[in-house]
Design a protein. Structure first.
Length: 525
């Protein structure tokens, strides 16, 4: 339906943006706007239409296709870095042959799931959300959208905004400045913008990096390249895992797909949680165990201590996963070398290293990481006041203190993204049901006088890509509901089974919300 509104552009909106804002007094109204048509956006839509069937929603997707990350990344060998039984949905169990799946298969799985449940019909492609302004008087958001295909600007209004856009920039990845790049006569590419015309067959390739992208690219490129060198400044912990889950394959011959999915999903949840706790509580033993696994797959004379012995403890950064030890197999057969050194700069034919060594290359791949971008760079205002996410605190890993009627899907750093996104989607439906039952229009999280003032970074990792953006992200507290646990079972209890009204969510219609938040904010100071 269409609802009249007289909401003006927020005070923080630039003059250029204001000029692009449509002048229509009746922007289209949608009760719930989901931003992003990737894994979490499809999950959000499924839960809404299943558990809150009376609520209207639409999905805004800035790209021209479904899939999010799995549509964006097209570099050779792109695959999941966790098992598909937890990366996949509980309501649409993964039935593919491989537990570690390739990007095209994951993209097709998301598309098939959306189509099977009619979710694809709610997606509006080429709709990039750039700003959202909350009005307490109207109890709704006014959302500024740019059409990425036509350049058209438009506005929509909604009662609830559900951000499922991930937390990194889609336009480009992180590329550190390397001296003398203009001298280099070869080709430099970043995995996030992989050229469709790039032919690496028979070429010498240097992959700069040691993270998930680098360990995926190196063995894949080595299948046809003349030689691949993985050049890393420092090592990463790498685990090998079977690409095919034998238990799931055996169960699939006798049990329904949903039962197989549930059993295998819980297997990976429990094993993953146990291994994470082992690593955090007994880091020295975990280091030895991981290193022994690497050493067993490499030649006896390989220098594991230099190339696969990180400076940090296990899970200070994410661990990398290689299916069936494909990276180690490529090293063992001589198709891939690993060099641990720092780059001095480019030469005409490759790279010069601090040690004095040079690496010749026809192609240099800068697998140097992502750029984090909270909520896709969305500009938020509440009653005309700009919101700096870095000054907010996360509530139950899915809301921001002082920001009404906004949810966000944030996955785990130590497990599959989808696990927590499904829990959040279910929690959102519980909140919506609570609001309807009690006649409320809005809810906003606010700390009380009983909450501590301690805070910590949201993601809690020491990876470079996280540290570069830490000031732009919200903080977390040291106790619930402000503590972000990296633990599926704890979140399952908190989001699915505990009461919605916990004393931190302020409920009411717009005027009541405004009064209550001012009172609570004053009390917390």
């Amino acid at each position: 339906m269409t609802v009249p509104t007289t909401t003006s552009p927020p005070a923080s909106t630039s003059a250029a943006t204001a000029r692009r804002t449509p002048t229509s007094a009746t922007p289209e109204h949608v009760e719930i706007l989901i931003v992003g048509a990737g894994l979490s956006g499809v999950a959000a839509a499924y839960y809404l239409q299943t558990h809150c069937p009376g609520r209207g929603y639409a999905i805004l997707e800035g790209r021209g296709a479904i899939g999010g990350t799995w549509d964006l990344f097209r570099y050779p060998g792109i695959r999941s870095d966790s098992d598909m039984y937890t990366l996949g949905y509980s309501f649409a169990p993964w039935t593919g042959p491989r537990a570690i799946a390739d990007g095209a298969s994951i993209r097709a799985y998301i598309e098939d799931t959306a189509r099977a449940h009619g979710i694809d019909r709610a997606i509006r492609y080429h709709h990039k959300v750039v700003a959202a302004a909350w009005s307490s008087a109207a109890a709704r958001w006014t959302v500024d959208v740019e059409r990425t295909d036509t350049g058209e600007a438009r506005q929509l209004t909604c009662n609830f905004l559900y951000m499922c856009s991930g937390y990194y920039a889609y336009d480009r990845g992180h590329e550190p400045v390397i001296a003398d790049a203009a001298r280099y006569r070869g080709r430099i590419v970043h995995p996030q913008a992989w050229p469709t015309d790039l032919d690496h067959a028979g070429k010498r390739v240097v992959v700069i990096g040691s993270g998930a992208t680098a360990v995926t690219l190196a063995p894949s490129l080595a299948e046809t390249a003349a030689h691949v060198t993985m050049l890393q400044r420092s090592p990463t912990y790498i685990l090998s895992r079977p690409a095919v889950d034998r238990l799931a394959r055996r169960l699939a011959t006798a049990l329904p797909a949903r039962t197989v999915g549930d059993v295998t999903r819980w297997k990976y949840v429990l094993l993953g949680a146990a291994f994470y706790q082992f690593c955090r509580r007994f880091p020295a033993q975990a280091r030895k165990l991981i290193t022994a696994g690497v050493r067993a797959q490499l030649p006896p004379d390989f220098d594991v201590a230099t190339h696969f012995n990180p400076r940090y403890q296990p899970w200070d950064q994410r661990l990398c996963l290689v299916p069936d030890g494909d990276l180690f197999a490529a090293i063992k057969r001589g198709a891939v070398d690993v060099v641990t050194d720092e780059i001095a700069g480019y030469t005409e034919t490759g790279l010069a290293l601090r040690s004095g060594r040079t690496l010749d290359a026809d192609i240099v791949v800068t697998a140097t990481g992502l750029r984090l971008l909270f909520l896709g760079g969305l500009r938020l205002t509440v009653d005309g006041k700009p919101i700096d996410p870095g000054t907010t605190r996360v509530y139950k890993a899915c809301m921001l203190s002082g920001v009404p009627n906004l949810w966000m899907a944030v996955g785990y750093t130590n497990a599959s993204w989808t696990l927590r996104c499904e829990l959040i989607a279910g929690y959102v439906c519980r909140v919506l049901t609570h609001l309807a039952r009690h006649g409320h229009a809005s809810c906003v999280p606010w700390p009380t006088v009983d909450d501590d003032d301690d805070d910590a970074p949201l993601l809690g990792l020491e990876s470079g890509y996280v540290l570069r953006a830490v000031a732009e992200f919200p903080r977390q507290g040291s106790a619930e509901p402000w503590k972000v646990h990296q633990n599926y079972i704890r979140d399952l209890i908190a989001l699915r089974h505990r009461g919605v009204d916990d004393g931190r969510l302020v409920f009411g219609r717009a005027p009541a919300i405004a009064d209550a938040t001012r009172t609570d904010a004053a009390a917390s100071r």
